[in-house]
Design a protein around this ligand. Structure first.
Ligand SMILES: Cc1cc2nc3c(=O)[nH]c(=O)nc-3n(C[C@H](O)[C@H](O)[C@H](O)COP(=O)(O)O)c2cc1C
Length: 199
């Protein structure tokens, strides 16, 4: 598939068929993630593949506590919290394949001032975004689909604790991969307006 077709066809998929994703496809997606541009060429990421089963359930349970506290703090009522958590848990548990992209802070440059250190971290976030986009587009090019869930970003401590991840890993997202069960809703795009500065 042409790159442009993959870009056009990609959409966030939230419901997948039960068809498993062959390990070779996951390997291929990780391989294209590794080709992404990154600030200073540091490749400041670590991708974690979370197999279906026990690990997924542990992830869901670990994130639930913090997640529920956040929603309760926002004034969301308990029935809604339970409903939203159940929907999110179902997506995580049912994903045919599931990737957890993390920033690895041990790979970042160290600066003496907070401003440049913050910029370094921002560049790591930008870099991992490029790597994730490679995965999303390559999945489409291979006849698969993918989504994006930001939940681990808000429960990094819980995820690190549950899986005994090094303290330097910052979970960024969950990327479910599989074949779509239904055609995803196409979200309207704002278009390619740019400010053109010519003087
Ligand atoms: C940083 C980021 C975080 C996102 N988090 C979520 C999420 O938590 N749950 C979800 O269903 N979609 C999430 N998405 C997907 C967006 O909702 C989706 O990209 C957007 O609605 C546009 O739709 P499209 O991807 O189909 O073009 C996220 C996307 C990005 C880039």
């Amino acid at each position: 598939m042409e790159l442009h077709d993959a870009i056009q066809r990609r959409a966030s998929v939230r419901r997948f068929s039960d068809e498993p994703v062959p390990p070779a496809v996951i390997d291929a997606l990780l391989a294209v993630a590794a080709l992404a541009p990154s600030a200073h060429g540091r490749q400041p990421w670590q991708f974690i593949v979370i197999a279906p089963g026990q690990s997924r359930q542990r992830l869901v349970d670990a994130m639930a506590v913090e997640w529920r506290q956040h929603l309760a703090g926002d004034g969301v009522d308990i029935a809604q919290i339970v409903e939203r958590h159940a929907a999110s848990a179902a997506r995580i548990l049912a994903a045919p394949a599931l990737l957890l992209p993390c920033i690895d802070r041990s790979l970042l440059d160290v600066y003496p001032d907070a401003h440049r250190q913050q910029a370094e971290y921002t560049m790591a976030v930008q870099s991992i975004g490029c790597a994730i986009q490679n995965i999303l587009l390559s999945a489409v090019a291979r006849g698969y689909d993918a989504g994006w869930m930001c939940a681990p970003l808000f429960c990094g401590d819980a995820v690190r604790r549950e899986f005994a991840l090094p303290a330097t890993l910052d979970p960024q997202a969950l990327i479910p991969v599989g074949r779509k069960a239904v055609e995803p809703k196409r979200r309207p795009k704002r278009g390619a307006d740019a400010l053109r500065l010519d003087r």
